[in-house]
Design a protein around this ligand. Sequence first.
Ligand code: GCU
Length: 599
Amino acid sequence: MSGVHPAWLGGLGGGSGLGDDVVLTRDPLCGLEAEAYTIARSGGVTTVVAADEAGLMYGSFHALRLDGELAAQTHRPFVARRMVQHWDNVFVHPVMGQVERGYSGGSLFWEDGALTDDLDRVGDYARLLASVGINAVSLNNVNVHAGEARLLTDRLSEVAALAARFRQYHIRVYLSVSFAAPMVLGGLDTADPADERVKDWWATATQRVYATIPDFGGYVVKADSEGQPGPFAYGRTHADGANVLAAALAPFGGEVYWRAFVYNHRQDWRDRSTDRARAAYDHFTPLDGEFAANVVLQVKHGPIDFQPREPVSPVLLSMPRTSLAVEFQATQEYTGQQRHVCYLPPMWSSVLSTVAGAVDAVVTVSNAGDDRYWTNHPLAQANLYAAGRLAWDPALDPTALLDEWIGLTFPPAAAGVVHELMRDSWAVYEGYTSPLGVGFMVHPGDHYGPDVDGYEYSRWGTYHFADRDGVGVDRTRATGTGFTGQYPQPLADEHESLATCPDELLLFFHHVPYTHVLHSGKTVIQHIYDTHFQGAAAVAEMVGRWAALPPETVGEDLHARVADRLREQERSANEWRDQINTYFHRKSGIPDAQGRRIY
Ligand code: GCU
């Protein structure tokens, strides 16, 4: 196929960035697996060989990143399933807006009830995702409201129009569906997975989908979670529920991504026996081995909900007979909402270093919208970029990926500043927000900004238990909720013991006095003061660094956008610093050893 201009490049030379010095060879007999490619560059000529079109495409995108000579290397994806999920609504939701937890403007796919008329932008987005190795996208919110449920039936032509754009880049399209669809759409009086009429309804609906979109990927399901319908209403298990949808999809090679985010969201804060961190494991591990082969159990990377710091979910280490997906959140719900710089790949990479061998899929909740920079904060693009690259190869170094993205995005004169702003930005964010893994000291509802007790007496199961003596959640086997026992060894013992529990997770697993001495040698209270002063000071420095970069280096508009977001980050970081420090000073009565200003 050398010399042909494949659709996914928009024509060689013309806008693709690939020059005549790139030779693409598709050779079905080359011995490479699906999506894999061999790339080399010598004497100024790059050669890419693959057995299939997708491999050739990934190799071409690699060619765009190349700089200098390269001895032949073969690249193959670590997992076959690399998905981006959108929480987009078709209709503007009264509380959640067009995109649930979306901070980048409206949806790329729908505009207030109708399919976008800018399908070219969708094509550009598909190219962007493919360039980093993403091969699956689910289009709509996991909370499926009535209007959105109809994407599966009478609005299918819209899904087909989007699928046509994604197909050009070897990306398959998925839909979030409601477990109650047989009732909501089919007029049945039940969604019981054991009912024959329900099975038939799913089979027929799915046949229609494949008649319209033959390469449709499958369904994403949030069931029995935060008010969504599910199999519990009928006394059935989640395996019963997932397997009905899986049976409907199996004849067409489709898959169900079934979410493990199931917990009691109507907890009584007085009830100390219920621990939200335990919920996914308690619900799902007894079902290991019971899911159909085309069900992928999709598990959030931590046991609670995308906090700036959580331990790895034990579910990911405990279901060897189930296909598993790890779910990351690029949309920065709890990590600054794309107003704060927070480069997340160091977090994802550390999760992947623990679970990579156990997962079959990597799923990332998208942070992109119809904003002109895609992600509101222009620097937040790096999270989407690296999410794809890490799904392809979890061993890639997050800092190297950052530099790769910077090199493709900014002129050399800006590279150093952007690198300095971003490299440690997750640690900086963690520093000025909730300390030592305790999480959820955010403003209820919108989850932006500090509110230490905002969730303390709520129904959501996210408590820190701070009193005058200490803070943290006792999740030990010895005296707490027993959550540490859900981990395999050596993690179970490591988390259980104060002697071995890592500082950054201390308050996730233990309730300790403010005077408890960390491995770092500091007391908990002094750590809280120090990290909050340091975190906010680091943001002030970032503001100065960016201001010192001449705007024309990156373009005035982009410079102004980043400057504006940095000002908000600085304001917010100061607010976090002062509220957290004041709160813990008042609770503990212990002064800051350095006598800094606390209110
Ligand atoms: C979080 C988020 C919700 C979302 C949910 C989920 O709780 O706040 O908006 O629906 O995660 O992942 O399903």
